[in-house]
Design a protein. Sequence first.
Length: 521
Amino acid sequence: MNMGWREHPKRWIILLIAVCCVGAGIWLILNRNEQSIPPPIADKQTAAEVWLTTGDQQNLLTPQKPIPITEHHDADTSTSDSATQESDTSSSEFTIQIDPDKTYQTMDGFGAAMTGSSAHLINQLPVEQQEQLLKELFTTEGLNMDMVRHTIGASDYSVDESGVASSYTYDDIESGTDYDMQHFSIDKDQEVVNMLERVAGLKPDLKVLGTPWTAPAWMKYGEKTTNGWYLDYSDPQVYEAYARYFVKYIEAYQAKGIPIYGITLQNEPEFTSDKYPSMSMGAEEQAMFIRDYFGPALQDAGLDTRIIAYDHNWDQAIEYTSKVLGDEQAADYIDGSAFHCYAGDPSAMSEVHDRFPDKHIYFTECSGGEWSADFGENLSWQMSNLIIGAPRNWAKNVLLWNIALNPQGGPTNGGCENCRGVVTIDPERDEITRNVEYYTLGHISRYVRPGAVRIDSSQEQGKIENVAFRNPDGTIVLVAANTGEVEVSFNVVMEGDSFQYVLPSQSAATFRWNPKTGVER
């Protein structure tokens, strides 16, 4: 005889147990799903990537073990995970404080000069080796350079296609004048043009900064030569023609797919030599030429190429730029001023910026050479004065001199006979040597992208020199150098986060990290 549920108490007990089990199972499932959601990024530990170069060359832009970033405490005594050395680093000597809300200039890029000598040497390599070197220089496979300097006509590093020294401009005639530029041609630059076309193919947003070493000889006063002297100020048509010359240069290169980002009016205008293409251009003359001729000509042609004044050493910068940028009508056309490293110090750029805060600062030339052969000493000087010193003194870029030279420091066209390129190419052996300039440049060109903004970072006298940036993607980059003779332990602190590192003597490091954002990255 069947009994109903009401008449069978055991069945009620079984039902109650089943309901409890189902409920418990549902609770466990819901609870497990809730726990599977990852915690906010603010509760996660992040890390800073590190690349190290040491004066003993045991590390050459070598990636290190990432450093944990922890919550900062004023009495933080945590040890670094740096693999640079094994000694106890329980306390840091000082702190680099980064303030990402205090910003300075926006960076345009980093690179070196594609001179005639550099282009020729690259062309001497086997084709596959050429392609690999260009990728290494201009893509993320290597230095990732974004900017090149280009000599408008010949410089002291210009050769013909056979490698013989060659002095020329884009409007050379045997006699007379050519005010209308009927004989203008960039054909003698063909080797450089071809190389820049290849580079632009690898780097579509490449920035090219053009600089003349000399005007055509027929435009000059006195001896009609590319080597030395100055423009014929007695003939106003010369200035009109020279402005037209620059416009045609910009248009000719643009037609080749090589946009000219900016022009400096004269390489080292306070120096002239009879040994190689050169020309002097006083400050008052440069202001007049920009104000009355080149500025209006560029505007009339509808070109947005930047006009950049000066382009000479730090030590002569104040007097020269004060006269050019101090001319209000000329200044209306001028984007900024450019500087070289061979005399004076980087602080001159800050002084020029303070006098003319609405004008940009550019760093356009520095070369190492056999006069200073020690890797560690060169690394320290270049990091201090160029890679760190130039941006800390408002430079929007850093450009070194020749991209490539041969083991003899050539081929030259009458200039420096012991300079050193970013790389050395031995065309007899098809060998490429990466010099100290390669590694110093790489510490910034690889990691600081165009559009990055320099942000505030503290720097103590005699301690770790540094400069910090925020990239367009939000990553933070800190470039640091220990130029001293002993290793230094230091903290890096930003917005409540910190990490510690020990930097060996005569060494450089680049740190990159994503700050905590509270969301998954």
